[in-house]
Design a protein around this ligand. Structure first.
Ligand code: SF4
Length: 92
């Protein structure tokens, strides 16, 4: 099956108003941050009309890629969702 079909099997519980990943305010995103638009497996990263990068953490798979890719630039704030929220993986 395609990865999209597999991803669809996961459920995601949104912790309304408390996103676990935030992009810090910036004028120009670094190349690392920009790369997240194509790297994030859940497609959480997009650009605004004025060229900043933003994240919609709903659907995040907690893979940690964005945390690692931007670890030197410090452009994002990354935490695990609170207990009970976030991605609920279905096994089997
Ligand atoms: Fe995307 Fe993974 Fe970062 Fe979640 S942790 S926003 S799935 S790159």
């Amino acid at each position: 099956a395609k990865v999209e079909e597999k991803l669809f099997q996961n459920r995601y519980l949104v912790d309304a108003g408390r996103p676990h990943i935030k992009v810090r305010p910036h004028d120009v995103p670094s190349a690392s941050l920009l790369a997240m638009i194509t790297l994030c497996p859940a497609g959480c990263y997009t650009t605004t009309e004025s060229g900043q990068v933003e994240v919609a953490a709903d659907g995040c798979l907690e893979c940690g890629t964005c945390r690692i890719v931007t670890r030197k630039t410090g452009e994002i704030e990354w935490n695990y969702p609170r207990g009970g929220f976030g991605v609920l993986y279905k096994f089997g």
